[in-house]
Design a protein around this ligand. Structure first.
Ligand SMILES: [Zn+2]
Length: 303
């Protein structure tokens, strides 16, 4: 009689501990602080990468000073969640609406730069997570813009319904397709792994009489557990991203391209710090190193 009782008690304690763990994890969403990888002298863990990307709740919703990045690309996002306005003579493209609550913040930044929010004709995104594309429905409501999304991200976007609003999708894109407005063309590159339809955008800009390749990268941040399917997607994406032409690298979080430091250098004049071909692929290197380290750790844990 004694043994089953002790076993029952043990099972109970384990169950309570497991529930407690899940609750803490669910609230904080913090990924583990291992494995760690070092890329170009900087050490990262899954937790430090997420913290770097997101900052504080205040960072996620406070406007970063709106400014011209290069050519016809302008920054209109928050301190940590990027949003880009691509201005053309026939209206503008907005890339990443971020959280719905940030739409008025983005609108204010657009207007501070002298543009008209209702001139936004096309809404694009980097990947189907709420911190990048939750505001799509509201921006469409306010501007009548066409929302375009990579086919593989459509199911995740359709599940995103702030305030019950259905997620608008006016055009479904496929790998390599182009989006054009007023003489500007963006190319949609399927770079999955973080989401099924994560999209890296490329475009050309002219600035000071020179032409530059711009790459607006989607997050390649690994989930806690990498399935063979996700690994296959990442492997394909790493090859694709490394091959893309790039003089100016942007991304869905400012930390992916050192935006705060580049903006500070922009204020002091001189050459445009966003033109940085040597730094273009650092984020890909960090992401790939982390995916490989997580896979190795997962392998080591298997019996
Ligand atoms: Zn994401």
């Amino acid at each position: 009689m004694k043994r089953p009782l002790i076993l029952n008690l043990l099972a109970c304690v384990v169950a309570i501990a497991a529930v407690g763990q899940r609750t803490v994890r669910g609230q904080s969403q913090a990924p583990p602080d291992h494995p760690s990888v070092t890329v170009r002298g900087q050490t990262y863990t899954p937790r430090s990468i997420l913290a770097r990307n997101m900052g504080t709740p205040e960072d996620q919703s406070t406007a970063f000073p709106p400014h011209k990045i290069i050519g016809n690309i302008y920054y209109v996002g928050t301190r940590t969640l990027t949003s880009f306005l691509i201005a053309t003579p026939q209206g503008a493209i907005l890339l990443n609406t971020t959280y719905e609550r940030n739409v008025p913040v983005i609108q204010k930044s657009v207007e501070q730069l002298g543009f008209t929010f209702s001139d936004i004709k096309i809404v694009l995104g980097n990947h189907a997570h709420g911190d990048h594309q939750e505001g799509d429905a509201l921006v469409k409501q306010m501007t009548g813009a066409q929302v375009m999304a990579m086919a593989e991200d459509v199911p995740a976007l359709e599940a995103m319904k702030p305030g019950g609003k259905p997620h608008p999708i006016d055009r479904i894109l496929h790998d390599g397709e182009q989006v054009s407005l007023g003489g500007t063309t963006l190319v949609a590159h399927l770079t999955p792994g973080h989401t099924r339809g994560a999209t890296t955008w490329t475009m050309k800009v002219t600035d000071g009489g020179k032409s530059y390749d711009v790459m607006i990268g989607a997050s390649l941040r690994a989930p806690d557990r990498i399935t063979p399917q996700i690994l296959g997607e990442f492997n394909r994406s790493f090859v694709s991203v490394r091959a893309l032409p790039c003089d100016v690298q942007l991304g869905d979080h400012g930390a992916q391209f050192n935006m705060q430091a580049k903006y500070a250098r922009l204020q002091s004049g001189g050459a445009n710090p966003y033109i940085d071909p040597a730094g273009c692929k650092v984020e890909e290197e960090i992401s790939e190193a982390m995916v490989r380290a997580i896979v190795a750790e997962q392998g080591a844990r298997q019996p």
